[in-house]
Design a protein around this ligand. Structure first.
Ligand SMILES: C[C@H](O)CC(=O)SCCNC(=O)CCNC(=O)[C@H](O)C(C)(C)COP(=O)(O)OP(=O)(O)OC[C@H]1O[C@@H](n2cnc3c(N)ncnc32)[C@H](O)[C@@H]1OP(=O)(O)O
Length: 732
C-alpha cells in the first residue's frame, strides 16, 4: 500500500472537493490524515470556499484506517498535529464550513466514521457501508461507537458493529445513515449542491454527535445492551472486545457523547495492543496473501475464464460444489451413475440453495436463476465443452483412476481435470492418463466444519471457507492461476499446496484425532477432551468431529496415514471396534454421541464398553502425569503434534508460507481465528516451549510426539515458527 495523500480542487461555485488518494482502497494512512488536515485547514481558511465535499478517488470513498499502521510504528504519526478523533470533532463536525461526504464504492471503519462526522452524506445505492473493526479485534476508534447509534438507533448500530455487518447505500438511506442516493455520475455534483444548501441554511447543518432523536431512554438502552452482552458472552466467550464495544456505546448514551468519545479512545488503545487484535490482523493480511504464490502468480499469466464445469458425483461434496458454482453464475453439468442418485444430487443442490435463501444470502429469484444453470446427466456426452471437470466420488483409487481416463477421453484438451480427494496422492489418481500438466486437486471443505467465531460473530455475510488447490510438479502454473481465479469468483479462500498424502489441512490435522484417542486409551474421559477443545474455541471437539466425518472415512484416512507415516501414527482399536458394530457416527445417529432428529448430540452410554476394550488392548499402565492433566495440557497435547506436523509440511515445501497454514487451520478445521492460526498461536508461546513439551511427551509416550528437525532447529536457534529464514544462512 502506498503512503497516500489527498487532493483538493476549489470550484467556481465555492465548493472545495477533497479526494482521498491511496489505492487500492483509499485507506486512512497517517500520510493521508496529515494531507487531509492540511487541506481542511486551507479550505476553512480560504474566503473563496463556502463548503466542502469529501470523497475518494477511483470510485471508492475509503476502506478505513490503514490496518498495516496499527502494528508498525511510523514516523508520519509524529507529524500528525491532531489525533484523528480531534480532527473529526473539531475540523470536520465542528468546522465553520459545512462538509458533505460523497460516498461511492465503500465507506468502512474510519471511512464511515469520517463520513458520519460530516454534516450530510450522499451515496450511490450499491456503496458498502459498515464498521467492521471488531473483525480486527478492535472497536471503532474515530467516534463510530457514538455517532452510528445517533444516526440509526441502538439495535441496528449494535448489529452492524458486533457482527461487522456492512449494508448497502439503499438500506443506509432508509435507516437515516445516508441523506440521499445519487448515481455514480451525479454523486459529486449533487453533493456540491447539498453542501452549498447547508451553507445557505436551506438544509439542516446537522452535527451527528449532538443528536439524540434516535436514542432510546436509559432504561430501554440498558435492556438492549444487556441482551447484546448476553449474546456476545455466549457466542464469543474467549474474546473481550465485543463487550468493550457495548460498554463504550453505553457510556455515550448514559453519560453523554464526550464521555463516550473519551472512553472509546482509551479502550481502542488498549485493544490495539491486545493479542486478539494482533491475531486477527495477522489473519486479515494472511488471508489476502494466500493468492500470491511465488513462481506462479508473479510470472505474468492471465487466468482463463472458467464458465462451465462438469462434476462427477452428486453426493454431499459434489452437490455442495455444484451449489457454490451455480450460485456464482457458473454453468454446471452434474453427472451421476443412475437416475436415482442423480435426482438425489439435484434435490440436494436445491435444498442447499433454499438454505441460502432462508439465511438471507440469496433471493428467491436468484435461487431460481441459479438452479437453471444446473444440468444433470448420466453420461459424458456433454463434457466436450467444459472448462473444468471435478471428480467428487468416494475415496476409491481405482474408481478415480477410471474416471480420470474417461475425463481425458471426453473433455477437450484444454480442460482442467481436478479431483476433490482429501487424501489420495494425485500421482496415483492421474497415473493412467497422459494429461499430467492439467491435473490438479480442488479440495473443497464441508460447510459443517466451518462455524467458527468469524462465521458466527464477526463476518457472517462473508463466510469464506477454504479451497485447497493441490499441484503436482507437473501441474502447469496456468492451471493454478485459473483455479485461484475460480476460488475468487466463488468466494472461497484458496491455499495452494503441493501434493502429498492428506495435502496440507488433513495432513496437519491427522495427529489431532490420534492424540485424542491416545489420551482416551490412557484414561482421559473423551467428553472432557471434547469440552476442553470447545472451551479453547474449536467449533467441536475431536470425537464430535469424527462423528461428523463418519467412522468409515476416519478409518480409511487413518489407514492412509499409517501407510505414509508409520513412525508417527498412533494405532488404537477404539474406532475400528465401534465400526465393526455399525457405530458409524452422525450419519447413523450412533457414534461417540447419539443424535436426535434435529442433529442434537448427547453422550452415548454404550461408548464406555468400547473405551474399556480399547484401553485393555492398549495395555497402558496407571499414569500420574495423565491423571493430573489440566484442560490446558489436553489442548496442548492435541495441538502441539499438529504444530509439529505443520512444521514438516513447511519443511517439505508442501506449503510455502506459514501464514497459509494459519489460514488453512482456521478455514479448514475451525481453529479459532482470534488465536491467529495454528503456527501463529504456537509462536505466542514460543518455539522452545512447544519443543520442550513435545520432547517430554516423546520420552514418556514415544515417537508420536517426536519434534521434527524444523522445530528442533528453530528451538535451538531461537527462531519463531513463522519467521521466513534463509535455510542456507540459518545453518551457517
Ligand atoms: C480507527 C478506525 O475505527 C479503525 C479502522 O478503520 S480499522 C479498518 C476498518 N476497515 C476494514 O476493516 C476494511 C478492511 N478491508 C476490507 O474489508 C476489504 O479489503 C475491502 C472490502 C475494503 C476491499 O475488498 P477487496 O476489493 O476484495 O480487496 P482486498 O483484496 O480485500 O483488499 C485490497 C488490498 O487492500 C488492502 N486493504 C484493504 N483494506 C485495508 C485497510 N483498511 N488498511 C490497509 N490495507 C487495506 C488489502 O490488504 C489488500 O492488499 P493487497 O492487495 O496487498 O493484498
Amino acid at each position: 500500500m502506498g503512503k497516500g495523500k489527498t487532493e483538493m480542487a476549489v470550484g467556481e461555485d465555492g465548493v472545495a472537493v477533497i479526494s482521498i488518494l491511496n489505492p487500492p482502497v483509499n485507506a486512512l494512512s497517517f500520510h493521508v490524515l496529515i494531507s487531509l488536515a492540511k487541506h481542511y485547514e486551507e479550505a476553512l481558511r480560504r474566503d473563496d470556499v463556502k463548503a466542502i465535499v469529501i470523497t475518494g478517488s477511483n470510485g471508492r470513498f475509503c476502506g478505513g484506517f490503514d490496518i498495516s499502521a496499527f502494528q508498525s510504528p511510523t514516523s508520519a504519526k509524529e507529524k500528525l498535529k491532531v489525533t484523528p478523533n480531534e480532527f473529526l470533532t473539531y475540523y470536520v463536525e465542528g468546522g465553520k464550513k459545512p462538509t458533505v461526504a460523497a460516498i461511492d464504492g465503500l465507506a468502512l471503519g474510519g471511512g464511515l466514521e469520517l463520513a458520519m462526522a460530516c454534516h450530510a452524506r450522499l451515496s450511490t445505492s450499491y456503496a458498502q457501508l459498515g464498521l467492521p473493526e471488531l473483525q480486527l479485534g478492535i472497536i471503532p476508534g474515530m467516534g463510530g461507537t457514538q455517532r452510528l447509534p445517533r444516526l440509526i438507533g441502538l439495535p441496528k448500530s449494535l448489529e452492524m458493529m458486533i457482527l461487522s455487518k456492512s449494508i448497502k447505500g439503499k438500506e443506509a438511506h432508509s435507516l437515516g445513515l445516508i441523506d440521499a442516493i445519487a448515481s455514480p455520475i451525479d454523486l459529486i455534483s449533487a453533493s456540491r449542491v447539498w453542501a452549498l444548501q447547508i451553507a445557505d441554511h436551506k438544509r439542516p447543518w446537522a452535527k451527528t454527535i449532538y443528536r439524540t432523536d434516535k436514542l432510546p431512554s436509559s432504561k430501554e438502552a440498558r435492556e438492549i445492551l444487556n441482551f447484546a452482552r448476553a449474546q456476545a458472552r455466549k457466542q464469543a466467550p474467549n474474546v473481550k472486545h465485543p463487550l468493550v464495544c457495548i460498554d463504550v456505546v453505553e457510556e455515550g448514551i448514559i453519560s453523554g457523547p464526550q464521555a463516550g468519545l473519551i472512553k472509546e479512545i482509551n479502550c481502542s488503545k488498549e485493544l490495539q495492543a491486545s493479542q486478539t487484535s494482533k491475531s486477527l490482523i495477522h489473519v486479515f493480511f494472511s488471508q489476502r496473501a494466500t493468492s500470491k504464490v511465488p513462481g506462479i502468480t508473479n510470472i505474468g499469466l492471465v487466468p482463463r475464464n472458467i464458465k462451465k464445469v462438469a462434476i462427477v458425483g452428486g453426493g454431499l461434496m459434489g452437490s455442495g460444489i455444484a451449489t457454490a458454482l451455480i450460485s456464482n453464475n457458473i454453468l454446471v453439468i452434474l453427472k451421476e451413475i443412475n437416475e436415482k442418485f442423480l435426482q438425489a444430487g439435484i434435490t440436494r443442490v436445491r435444498e442447499n440453495l433454499q438454505n441460502l435463501v432462508k439465511k438471507g444470502h440469496m433471493t428467491q429469484d436468484g435461487m431460481e436463476k441459479a438452479f437453471c444453470l444446473l444440468n444433470g446427466v448420466l453420461d459424458y456426452e456433454q463434457f466436450g465443452d467444459v472448462n473444468m471437470a471435478i471428480e467428487a466420488v468416494i475415496e476409491d483409487l481405482s474408481l478415480k483412476q477410471q474416471i480420470f481416463c474417461d475425463l481425458e477421453k471426453y473433455c477437450n484438451s484444454d480442460c482442467i481435470l481436478a479431483t476433490n480427494t482429501s487424501t489420495i496422492d494425485l500421482h496415483l489418481i492421474g497415473q493412467k492418463t497422459a494429461s499430467q500438466d492439467r491435473i490438479a486437486g480442488a479440495h473443497f471443505f464441508r460447510q459443517g466444519l466451518f462455524f467458527s467465531f468469524f462465521d458466527q460473530l464477526v463476518s457472517p455475510a462473508q463466510v469464506m471457507p477454504l479451497l485447497e488447490i493441490v499441484r503436482t510438479p507437473n501441474t502447469s502454473p496456468q492451471v493454478v492461476v485459473d483455479l485461484l481465479d475460480l476460488a475468487k469468483k466463488i468466494r472461497k479462500t484458496p491455499v495452494v499446496v503441493r501434493n502429498c498424502t492428506g495435502f496440507a489441512v488433513n495432513r496437519m490435522f491427522f495427529p489431532y484425532t490420534q492424540a485424542a484417542v491416545m489420551l482416551v486409551d490412557h484414561g482421559v474421559d473423551l467428553y472432557r477432551i471434547d469440552q476442553a477443545l470447545v472451551d479453547f474455541g474449536m467449533p467441536m471437539g475431536p470425537f464430535r468431529l469424527i462423528d461428523l466425518v463418519g467412522f468409515g472415512v476416519a478409518a480409511a484416512t487413518g489407514a492412509q496415514y499409517l501407510q505414509s507415516f508409520p513412525e508417527r501414527c498412533y494405532k488404537s482399536t477404539l474406532i475400528s471396534s465401534m465400526l465393526q458394530d455399525k457405530r458409524t457416527g452422525e450419519a447413523s445417529r450412533m457414534g461417540f454421541y447419539i443424535y436426535d432428529d434435529k442433529r442434537q448430540a448427547s453422550t452415548n452410554p454404550e461408548v464406555a464398553k468400547y473405551v474399556e476394550k480399547s484401553r485393555r488392548l492398549s495395555n497402558f499402565g496407571p499414569d500420574s502425569m495423565i491423571a493430573g492433566l489440566t484442560d490446558k495440557d489436553i489442548v496442548e497435547m492435541l495441538f502441539f503434534p499438529v504444530v509439529n506436523e505443520a512444521c514438516r509440511v513447511l519443511d517439505e515445501g508442501i506449503s510455502v508460507k506459514s501464514s497459509d497454514l494459519d489460514i488453512a487451520s482456521i478455514m479448514g478445521m475451525g481453529f479459532p481465528s482470534y488465536r491467529g492460526g495454528i503456527l501463529f498461536w504456537a509462536d505466542t508461546m514460543g518455539t522452545n516451549y512447544v519443543y520442550s513439551r513435545l520432547m517430554t511427551w516423546c520420552e514418556l509416550y514415544g515417537g508420536f510426539f517426536k519434534p521434527c528437525n524444523y522445530l528442533a532447529e528453530r528451538a535451538i536457534r531461537g527462531f519463531s515458527l513463522g519467521a521466513q529464514i534463509d535455510r542456507a544462512k540459518s545453518q551457517l
